[in-house]
Design a binder for this molecule. Structure first.
Ligand code: ZN
Length: 290
């Protein structure tokens, strides 16, 4: 690990030292865990997925319920933190591995998503996932118990319906599956929109926050959005050079390397698949060009 990486790791650990479990405990960490991040915002982790929730004196705003099992664990835990019910459930995007289980909160909550997520959820006919009651296209505000929360659409990225949750008072942003922290993209990137993704990250860089909470993995800072945008740009440039040189896919997967990112998580196993995802995207684009 480079000196800069170590420094970043120390800074992140330092910021959360009060709440972070001890290193030795992480080997046997429980499936479900709540960690207080800022004055009003908590992290809820279920196995390898996580979401953020906001406690106010008029109710709770949760984000992804993750799964029925996760939601059924979370509901009584919330009752230990507050007497107020869950008033809103905000879906980060339509993917079932993050938003299943909302039915557990349907007795008190209003469900919200980006408008494009509603159609995808409806097509999935998922019994544990209530359809959103409210949708929006660009921006939506929730004001509850003195807390102002902003739901913002920053364009296509990992999906075509991902929203970010900005909590301005706590200077915190929750964003799922499109800003991994010092981690390469998931496998073949699971996205039809790598170019839009880069533009989406530029919009995130314009937002005012310090703490970045992703849907998987370690907590980051605003700087990580810029780092990941640069990663996608570097990956795109490297793959485009290979295509220009008429390199085949398998050769590109073997030969393309971005050593400046080799300390990132999953670089060894997922980076060649990231190359493949970008290669297929740029090849299709090239074919479609007049
Ligand atoms: Zn996803």
């Amino acid at each position: 690990m480079s000196a800069i990486k170590w420094m970043a790791a120390i800074l992140i650990c330092g910021a959360l030292a009060v709440h972070a479990p001890r290193a030795e405990a992480q080997t046997s960490r429980p499936d479900d865990e709540i960690t207080k991040l800022t004055e009003h915002v908590y992290l809820f982790r279920h196995q390898f997925h996580q979401s953020a929730f906001i406690v106010t004196n008029q109710g709770v705003i949760i984000t992804d319920p993750i799964s029925r099992e996760a939601a059924e664990w979370l509901k009584p835990e919330l009752k230990k933190l507050t007497d107020h019910p869950v008033r809103y459930v905000v879906y980060s995007h339509d993917h079932a591995d993050h938003i299943t289980g909302g039915q557990t909160f349907a007795d008190t909550a209003t469900f919200i998503s980006h408008w494009a997520a509603r159609k995808a959820i409806a097509n999935g006919s998922r019994s544990d996932t209530p359809l959103p009651d409210l949708t929006f296209t660009d921006k939506m505000f929730i004001d509850l118990g003195g807390q102002h929360v902003e739901l913002i659409y920053t364009g296509k990225n990992h999906s075509d319906n991902s929203l970010v949750v900005l909590v301005p008072q706590d200077r915190l942003l929750f964003a799922v599956d499109f800003i991994p922290v010092e981690t390469v993209a998931y496998r073949t990137m699971r996205s039809d929109y790598p170019d839009d993704w880069i533009e989406s990250l530029k919009q995130v860089e314009q937002l005012d926050f310090d703490v970045l909470v992703p849907g998987h993995g370690k907590i980051g800072k605003k700087e990580h959005a810029r780092q990941f945008r640069r990663y996608l740009e570097d990956l795109r440039a490297a793959v485009q050079s290979a295509l220009t040189a008429r390199m085949g896919l398998e050769e590109a997967k073997q030969r393309i390397r971005l050593p400046q990112y080799e300390a990132w998580q999953r670089y060894d196993d997922w980076f060649p698949e990231n190359v493949e995802g970008m290669y297929r995207y740029l090849s299709e684009r090239q074919k479609a060009a007049p």
